[in-house]
Design a protein around this ligand. Structure first.
Ligand code: ADE
Length: 346
């Protein structure tokens, strides 16, 4: 790292649910991920606090404290877990809350961790209570407690683990129990990216993918990517396809407009699902307030998808409001969808 962080060990090795992933099997989207913390664009405060914590842990020769990242999908939680492993020189093991069905699933993973390894648990809010309880002593004392027999014959045996770092990620920080939350030393929210940061990400990705794109096109792509690097990189590839088939390979404004129209992405970056969500509130529920379950039933979508994926950005740009009696469409939402605000009154 440019500001003096020492890197220990070989590049991080990844283990996904017990399977080792060699670098040359990385998908193209993964290869757009920054590998080192200095290559990471945006989330300045999060990155700065991570740099300090990593540098201090390396200096002391200790594992990094457990880290929790929370925020909407696609903002870099997984990428940061990969970066932490690489910067700390440890192996990365990846799992998720729903994949850990029984306490035994987690114990199997914990007992295979080596000193300094990183364990990444995605969707950590979806772990069961039973699994979560095995995690407490593992996080606090690097130990797991096995209980044999029941009632008055119950005996417990403590098994020591190697010291590791847990990196948890969640889209729903409010669903984490207080005891789990309190065991993380670093607790950081990832917010939507500014258009300037997204332009920088587009330029970096375009150079990796050998794509030619001018500033205006990068800016219009950035403004239509819901503040989200994962979306910006996906759309960049769709626009590249369009430029190669319909143009001379060079990306210009018209190609961006045409490619995004084909993807159903509008001027504010809303997708078909975003617009259907807003139209449901307006057309079926007179603009709200309406409960999320009612919207989900009308749309035939999971309420969790709406809460995790659709709503955060619509709330951020003020198209929807969350009140104690339910969701309401704002006047800006009426205007964006081409309704007159007069219609809202009636
Ligand atoms: N690609 C995806 N997210 C990125 C980020 N935050 N910085 C640099 N490149 C990225």
């Amino acid at each position: 790292m440019s500001d003096g962080l020492l890197i220990r060990g070989a590049p991080a090795q990844e283990i996904v649910n017990g399977t080792c992933l060699p670098d040359d099997h990385e998908s193209e989207l993964q290869s757009l991920r920054p590998q080192r913390i200095d290559d990471y664009i945006g989330q300045r405060e999060v990155v700065d606090s991570l740099k300090i914590a990593i540098q201090a842990a390396v200096f002391r020769g200790e594992p990094l404290e457990h880290v929790l990242f929370h925020g909407p999908p696609g903002l870099g939680k997984t990428t940061l877990a990969h970066i932490i492993a690489r910067e700390m020189g440890g192996r990365l093991t990846v799992t998720s809350g729903p994949a850990l069905e029984k306490g035994g699933d987690l114990i199997g993973i914990l007992t295979h961790l080596e000193e300094g390894d990183i364990l990444f648990i995605d969707e950590i809010h979806r772990m069961t209570k039973a699994v979560e309880e095995f995690l407490y002593p593992a996080m606090e004392d690097f130990a797991v407690d096995f209980v044999f027999d029941k009632g008055i014959h119950a005996r417990s045996h403590r098994y020591r683990l190697n010291r590791f770092t847990l990196v948890g990620a969640t889209t729903r920080v409010g669903l984490l129990s207080a005891p789990l939350r309190d065991r993380f030393g670093l607790f950081r929210n990832l917010d939507f990216y500014s258009a300037e940061n997204l332009v920088d990400i587009i330029k970096r990705s375009a150079s990796i993918l050998d794509i030619s794109i001018n500033n205006d096109s990068a800016s219009s792509l950035a403004h239509r990517s819901r503040g989200t690097p994962r979306i910006v990189n996906r759309l960049l590839k769709r626009v590249r396809d369009f430029a190669q088939v319909r143009g001379d390979g060079h990306i210009n404004q018209e190609l961006v407009q045409a490619a995004l129209a084909l993807e159903g992405v509008d001027e504010k970056g809303l997708t078909g699902l975003d617009r259907r969500y807003l139209k449901t509130i307006i057309d079926y529920y007179h603009g709200g307030p309406v409960g999320i379950e009612a919207i989900a039933a009308t749309l035939q979508e999971e309420a969790d998808t709406l809460v995790d994926v659709v709503e955060p950005f619509l709330l951020k740009i003020g198209l929807v409001m969350r009140t104690s009696s339910g969701r309401k469409a704002s006047e800006a939402a009426y205007r964006h969808l081409g309704y007159s605000v007069q219609e809202k009154l009636f």
